[in-house]
Ligand binder design. Structure first.
Ligand code: CMX
Length: 466
């Protein structure tokens, strides 16, 4: 998309947004600047904004906390600051004020009318600004130039048994990359805290850049011949990621990766992977250690692992009652799942109360690229049946599909059929959102996170309960 088209489509967006200084805006004044140069300009302004806001509103009350919330996974407690995105229960995620369809219009793409480049989304998350095509190209080149991983990390991945879950291998490799941390080195050498953001930024850029080589190596080792293609210096991140996986020959798959890596990146601060990365980072653990911790949370079946579970569950349903199963057969299958004490993967959400726009974006991609795929037909059929059954079941607060309900069928269509690997793709994308926040955390001097806890005995005493 040309810079002019991106800007004109953004003008309408900007008009509908509250005029916040760090909402998305075209970064005209900074066209030739690199991300780091632009960040260095923005940080003092952001620090002043937060300081002023805290001074004027610091003692305002955000909400109260009930005993149920303390026992209920802290659902709904407002106690975190997250700059990159805000999730509305009804309309879904907005990245720096832009919805997914608005991002698809405003952010630079590789092909006219195509999916946004995740590089542009990262720029948006970090700065609050929509980058120019030139800036995005510069970021692609920077990530490609930083992509090589140390030999000992390659060997570490190569020594993993094929039976070790790809997410465990992923986390292991990211932890090992910590060996390269510039933040850890600078901290041990006594860096002034006002400069924390700089090595955090460098670590983040190196980490993101190296993820395709790590994730690609895991995929090629576990499922293919162990040979990993090389990163191309003049290609974008999604192309290179598709290449190391072995799928760069299919331009539609590369476009899918651009969409996938963009929409899975950030989902405000309270979800397990985001909150964990932020929490661990608050101890001044470097971005590698922090992100590896977040990955371990993403690997849980109630969070990112749900995308592997969805396809497994859907294929089991297909094998059991057939791809052309009737509505009655599907309903019975669903009730068997629920009565067996299991969740229907890909449905429900802790915050959302409507269909996840990330699901809708993937559905639209499927309608454009694979409308006649039988498995997509089954997923569409399930979309019309599951919410009714979950509503009748009466437990879940949100009977609608989340992001994980759709990703598997798209990957399957293009031949990436290894379900156990799917959460690794989610992890590569999630790095963009959680590391953007780590940069903000260190720039704003966010302190050690340490909420208060009580024992049941103490709570009972507080309220005079027997
Ligand atoms: N199928 C069956 N039961 C479900 C359900 C589903 N899809 N979603 C929620 N429920 C049940 C819960 O297990 C809970 O039951 P209990 O009271 O017996 O414990 C009850 O409904 C209330 O849960 P909730 O308040 O609606 O949902 P939570 O905020 O507790 O949990 C989530 C949210 C996503 C973990 C849950 O909806 C779920 O387990 N979904 C299936 C797994 C999934 O798709 N996870 C991916 C989420 C997106 C992501 O992070 O990637």
């Amino acid at each position: 998309m040309s810079a002019l088209r991106a800007f004109s489509s953004l003008k309408g967006v900007a008009a509908r947004q509250a005029p916040l200084r760090f909402q998305a805006a075209r970064s005209y004044a900074s066209q030739a600047k690199t991300l780091k140069e632009r960040l260095a300009e923005i940080i003092p302004e952001k620090q002043a904004e937060v300081k002023e806001f805290k001074k004027a509103y610091g003692n305002k009350v955000l909400g109260e906390v009930t005993v149920d919330q303390a026992y209920g996974g802290m659902r709904g407690i407002k106690g975190l600051v997250w700059e990159g995105s805000v999730l509305d229960a009804e309309e879904g995620i907005r990245f720096r004020g832009l919805s997914i369809p608005e991002c698809q219009k405003a952010l630079p793409a590789a092909v006219a009318g195509g999916e946004p480049l995740p590089e542009s989304l990262f720029w948006l998350l970090v700065t609050g600004e929509v980058p120019t095509d030139e800036q995005v190209k510069g970021l692609s080149a920077e990530w490609a130039a930083r992509a090589a991983i140390p030999e000992f990390v390659e060997e570490l991945i190569d020594r993993c048994p094929k039976t070790l879950h790809p997410m465990s291998q992923f986390s292991l490799a990211v932890n090992a990359l910590q060996h390269e941390s510039l933040f850890a080195k600078a901290y041990s050498e006594g860096i002034h805290k006002s400069q924390y953001w700089d090595p955090t930024f460098e670590d983040t850029m190196n980490l993101i850049a190296k993820l395709p080589n790590i994730a690609g190596r895991i995929y090629r080792n576990v499922y293919k011949d162990g040979k990993v293609a090389s990163i191309e210096a003049d290609k974008d991140y999604s192309y290179n990621f598709s290449k190391v996986l072995g799928f760069e020959g299919n331009s539609d798959f590369v476009e899918l990766m651009r969409l996938y890596l963009t929409i899975h990146s950030d989902h405000e601060g309270g979800n397990v992977s985001a909150h964990t990365t932020h929490l661990v980072g608050s101890a001044l653990s470097d971005p590698y250690l922090s992100f590896a911790a977040g990955l371990n949370g993403l690997a849980g079946p109630l969070h990112g692992l749900a995308n592997q579970e969805v396809l497994r569950w859907t294929l089991k349903l297909k094998d059991s009652i057939g791809i052309d199963a009737s509505e009655e057969q599907i309903k019975k299958y669903l009730w068997d799942t629920l009565n067996g004490g299991q969740v229907v993967p890909g449905y429900g959400h802790a915050v959302l109360r409507k269909t996840d726009p990330r699901y809708t974006a993937q559905r639209e991609f499927a309608l454009k690229h694979l409308p006649d795929d039988p498995l997509f037909g089954l997923v569409s059929k399930l979309y019309h049946i599951i919410p009714g059954v979950l509503t009748e079941h009466g437990k879940t607060k949100n009977p609608w599909p989340n992001v994980d309900a759709h990703s598997g069928v798209l990957l399957q269509y293009y031949g990436l059929t290894e379900q156990d690997y799917y959460t690794v793709l989610f992890g590569v994308s999630r790095a963009l959102g959680v590391t953007a926040q780590l940069i903000a955390d260190r720039a704003l001097g966010m302190p050690l996170e340490r909420p208060k806890s009580y024992s049941t005995a103490h709570l009972k005493k507080m309220f005079g309960a027997n």
